[in-house]
Design a protein around this ligand. Sequence first.
Ligand SMILES: [Fe+2]
Length: 298
Amino acid sequence: MDMRNSEDRIRSGTRDLGRFNTPVLVCGGAYSNLEALQALIATARQLAIPPARIIHTGDAIAYCADPCETAKLLQDAGVHAIQGNVEESLAASLPNCGCGFNEDSLCDQLAHEWFSYADARTGIELRRWMGALPLHLTFEMSGLRVRTVHGSVQEINRFMFASHPMSDFDAEFTHAAADVIVAGHSGIPFTRHVGNRVWHNPGSLGIPANDGTPRAWYSVLTPQEDGIRIDHHSLDYDHERAKAKMVDAGVCTEYAQALSNGLWPSLDILPEAEKIATGVPLDLSKSFFCANRTAVAE
Ligand SMILES: [Fe+2]
C-alpha cells in the first residue's frame, strides 16, 4: 500500500473549516515565487478577503528562488494551507519532490535541481510546519460541501487536467463526499462540471499556465442563495524580479524563462489537448456555478 495516499491517513489528515458565508479565495503552487505570493496577498487585501478566507492548495515550494521566504510568508500571513507533495517530501526529509514525473524526463531532471536547492535552504522549523499541515481542507458554502486537495482526492501527486475523461472525474467524486473539489498540482486553471458537481483548479501562482503569458492565477468562490459562483482571476506581478532572482541564484534557468514568456520548458506531463493549447492565452472570464439542492429543486 502507498502510505502517502492511504485512506486512513487522508481521513485523519482532513481538517474542517466550518461554514463560509462570504467569499473564499483559493490558490496554489506558490512554487518559491515570493513576488507572486506577495501580489496575491495584496490583491486579497484589496478584495477585503482576509487570510482566514484564503486557501493554498499546496506546493508552496518548488521552481523559483525563494523557498523559505515564500513558505514563511504563507505561514506568517495565516493563510490556510494544505500539504502538497513538496511539503510532504520536505517534512519527511525524503530524497525527492514526489511530483510523480517520469524518470529521466526533463521535468524530473529539473526537479532534482530545484528540490536540492530548496532542501538545502529549508530549516527544521519550516519542515515541522509543513509536516503539521492538513492533507485536505473541507468547508461548507451555500449548503454545498467543498473539499480542497492537492493532486486528486486519493493521490497527492496525481495530475488531473481538464481534458481527462469524465470517468476519471466521476471516480474521484465517489471518494470525495463533496459537491465541489478544489485541486492544485497540475498548474493549469480550469473548471469542469461533473454531473451536478464541479471540479475546480485555480491554477498556480508561481509558474504561468503555459499559455504564452506571464500571468499567475487564483479564484474566488462566492456564496449565492442557490449555489456557489466560481470566478477565475489572473494576477499580474513583478515576474521580471522573480526571474532575475532565479538567474542570479542559478536555479532552474529553464523555468526562469517561463516566468516571462509564459511557456513551460517541458510538456512531459501534459495530455495531448493541453499540449496543443501551448501558447494560446487562456480566456477564463466567464463565471462557473455549482447549484445547491434549492436550485436543483426549482
Ligand atoms: Fe504538486
